[in-house]
Design a binder for this molecule. Structure first.
Ligand SMILES: Cc1cc2nc3c(=O)[nH]c(=O)nc-3n(C[C@H](O)[C@H](O)[C@H](O)COP(=O)(O)OP(=O)(O)OC[C@H]3O[C@@H](n4cnc5c(N)ncnc54)[C@H](O)[C@@H]3O)c2cc1C
Ligand SMILES: O=C([O-])CC(=O)C(=O)O
Length: 322
């Protein structure tokens, strides 16, 4: 979408073996709370987050908000021990960030410190379906197709953008990319209005427009997409210990996704070449546990790289004409 918006003369086609509701992005809670990529400078990560927050904040303030599944949500991140970094890098991007008061902390007898703030949440699948609708409205073609090798696209397209998430492990043989399996529960508990996240990153309660996401698990290098019943019970018990009213939650659905994890997001140009024929590629994958939090910022950077590929192609074709 970002490419089509920034380069209206481009004809964009989306190829994917799965669309919503069968992607990792459909499993995510979609909360805008960044995760840190150790291999990327903090100022870059902050810029990605700021751009994403501004983009979604504008949607949340528009008449599209409900259909797009974007909404503001206030709540608390609580810690059993005071964290080393009391002010995360994103504290001045979310709204109203402040330490929790003693009165608020009384709700969490096992926790000693906490941060209160308002952030945004993308409800999935509605957000993905809204993005698809916008793509179709501007004439972008979408086809179900599994790509075995990026080179197979060279005769049909001038530039290929690789946004395959964990699929990039196989597609481009990236050994630096690994799954961190995550299991969550999506439940009916409409009385839960505030988010609660344990600062250890394992347990969270994220109310959406229709359902509440309860998390979670983080299992490095596990490729299994089957729900684990013992993890379901464990997640539910941990969440009930933070918010006892969840014992009354109804209609518990279990979802599993593989976070496409990497030391840093791969946002990079590469030129593939075979027998003198060249295919410019832009990679944009490896968003790990924080893809929603930075998606618009990284998309803008990927769109900029696509612009560079197009300029290089135009330069090459005018040199060829000379
Ligand atoms: C349990 C859980 C909770 C999460 N919660 C949050 C959260 O609260 N906030 C947050 O910011 N992030 C969260 N995330 C992380 C977020 O889900 C990911 O970072 C994000 O979804 C990655 O998006 P993506 O588009 O790169 O990958 P995907 O959503 O997996 O999309 C990749 C697409 O590429 C297609 N594809 C792959 N290989 C091929 C191929 N060879 N040929 C054709 N198509 C291919 C796939 O079918 C898919 O459509 C969570 C993740 C999990 C698992
Ligand atoms: O950690 C969180 O708050 C939610 C999340 O991004 C994940 O489970 O990957």
């Amino acid at each position: 979408l970002c490419i089509a918006e920034t380069c209206p003369s481009c004809s964009v086609t989306v190829l994917s073996d799965q669309f919503s509701p069968n992607t990792t992005s459909d499993v995510a809670a979609g909360m805008l709370i960044p995760h840190t990529y150790p291999g990327t400078p903090i100022h870059v990560q902050k810029q990605w987050f700021k751009e994403t927050f501004a983009y979604l904040f504008a949607i949340s303030n528009s008449a599209e908000a409900s259909e797009a599944g974007i909404h503001l949500v206030s709540g608390w991140q609580v810690f059993k021990n005071t964290p080393k970094e009391e002010l995360p890098f994103w504290s001045d991007v979310v709204l109203g960030f402040r330490p929790m008061s003693e009165a608020e902390l009384q709700k969490f007898p096992q926790h000693r410190f906490g941060q209160a703030f308002t952030t945004l949440k993308c409800d999935c699948p509605p957000y993905l379906l809204w993005l698809e609708k916008r793509l179709k409205a501007i004439g972008v073609q979408m086809y179900t197709r599994k790509v075995a090798d990026l080179w197979e696209l060279h005769s049909e397209y001038n530039v290929v953008v690789n946004c395959a998430g964990i699929g990039a492990h196989q597609l481009v043989g990236d050994e630096k990319l690994f799954p961190i399996r995550g299991q969550v529960l999506k439940v009916q508990a409409p009385w839960v209005k505030n988010f609660i996240r344990d600062g250890d990153g394992l347990t969270y309660i994220y109310p959406g427009i229709h359902r509440v996401t309860l998390g979670g698990t983080r299992e490095k290098e596990s490729w299994s997409l089957s729900p684990d019943p013992s993890a379901t019970k464990d997640i539910f018990d941990r969440c009930c210990s933070l918010e006892p009213s969840l014992r009354g939650a109804q209609d518990i659905k279990v979802k599993v996704g593989l976070r496409p994890s990497r030391q840093r997001v791969r946002l990079q140009r590469e030129v593939l070449s075979q027998g003198g024929v060249k295919l410019p590629v832009v990679h944009n994958y490896g968003h790990g546990a924080g893809g929603f939090s930075v998606h618009r910022g990284t998309a803008k950077e990927a769109a900029h790289l696509v612009g560079e590929c197009l300029a290089a192609l135009q330069g090459a074709s005018s040199r060829a004409k000379l």
